[in-house]
Structures are given as structure tokens and as C-alpha cells.
Design a protein around this ligand. Sequence first.
Ligand SMILES: [Zn+2]
Length: 269
Amino acid sequence: MAAIGGPGCSRIESAWQSSRVSQAASQAAAFYRDVARNRKVWTIRDDQGFPAPKTTNESRAQPFWSSLARAERIVATVPAYKGFVPVEIPWVEFRDRWLAALERDGLKVGLNWSGSKAIGYDLTPGGVRQSIEAVAEREQQDALQPPSLITESFLPPPEWFDEFRLLHIDYGRKYNEIRQRNLPEAAKRNLTFAVWLETDEHRKRLMKHAVKGLRCTAVKPNGERCSRPARPDYIGQMCSSHAPHVNLYPGLDETRRIWRARIANWSER
Ligand SMILES: [Zn+2]
């Protein structure tokens, strides 16, 4: 799924994700990823201290967010947290002091609670620590991968690329159409899930003929090269975060032009 869906991208991408993964699960995944990368978390407090509301009959959880913006959004939009202020906590302090204290007090960790009711996953402090450390380790290994060459000659034909582009656009169109219909939420979810399954079948068939093992060639703000899997495309071998939105992808004619230029360039060597 990573080839099409992806964090940080457009409405279509997140629609793609939410048809598969629940909102809470994707918020938790974002929490692990952000904390592994940025090594900071945020909670909120007011004069009374830190909130730890009851989230089930028998347990309480203290909410944490993986960005200041997420914490601020909850304070601004959820009446229960009006007047709270965000508090930044470095990862090491969170790991060694906060998680230990939460564990001792029998509290759970609320991960990136979101939406108008500020809800999300609540997990044990030990589990949260393990997940963040596992993600950090995986990211480190990814960064050690040797950079792949930018493919010059073996791109799939322009028609293949256009089919890939249209498939994405078509998925977004169908998804939005279903969302706008006057149906119960569960029916909408079933319908969008069916469209996703159909789209993914099509995508898998296409991917059999794509260039394998490409890595993103974009450079991150810290100067390191992005190492995520790159999309098979004519737009510069980038991952779903760094590639432009699918609506901005070149159409068939433009892709044919790029393709011919590349072939000419290749045969001159
Ligand atoms: Zn990238």
C-alpha cells in the first residue's frame, strides 16, 4: 500500500489510508514515526496539572502528541481542553521519566488523540516505548541503504505511467463521490473499501511491470537523502511524500515527450 498511500500528501492519499486503516491506527503510526525522527513529544497542562481522563471503565490515559501543531489543534477545537497549554518533552526525558511514572501509576499513553472528541489509541507505556524504538531502528537501517541509481533507460512506457496516474485520479474521484452520497456511514465505508480493493488489484497488476527497488532521491531539510521507496514515474524518482500530488503529474503527451527525450539521451552515450 505504501506505493500509493503515504503520509504528508494529499486528500486522496489520506482518503486512501482511511479506507483501510482506522483513524486511530494511522494517528498512532504517525506518533511513532514522528517521535522516532524528531525525538520530542508534547502533552498539555493547565493550573490543575496534566489531564488523564478515564478512557474506559477501568483505565485512564494521559494524552501525548507528536507535534506541537497537533496538541494546539486539540486545545483550540475540543472544549474540554480549552485553556490548556502545550508542554514539550524531549524523547529521553519522556522515555526515562514520563513512561516510567505512567507505568507506576497504571496509566496508559494516549497517542495523537484527534477529532472533535479527542480520541485515539491508548497503549501501555512499555508498548509505546518498544514501538518507537523499533521504528527508530528501522529508519536507521533504511538510511544505511546504498543509494539506488536514478533510472535513465528502463522506465516503463508512457502508457503504463498514464494508467498508474489515471488509476489514482479515478480512485480519488470515486472515493469523493461515495463520501458525498446521502448514506449511513457504514454503507459509505463498505463502498469505499470495495473501490479500494478493486483499485489495489489493478495497482498490483501494474506494479508487476514497474521498475523494482527504486529509492527516493529527494534531499531532506537536514541534508540527508530520503530513503523511502520511490514511485515508478516520470517525475524524478520520488517517494509519495516528495512527489507532487497526482493531479500535477504530467499527462500522456507530456510523458511521451519526456520518454522520447530520455531514450534519445540514452542512445547518444
Ligand atoms: Zn522521499
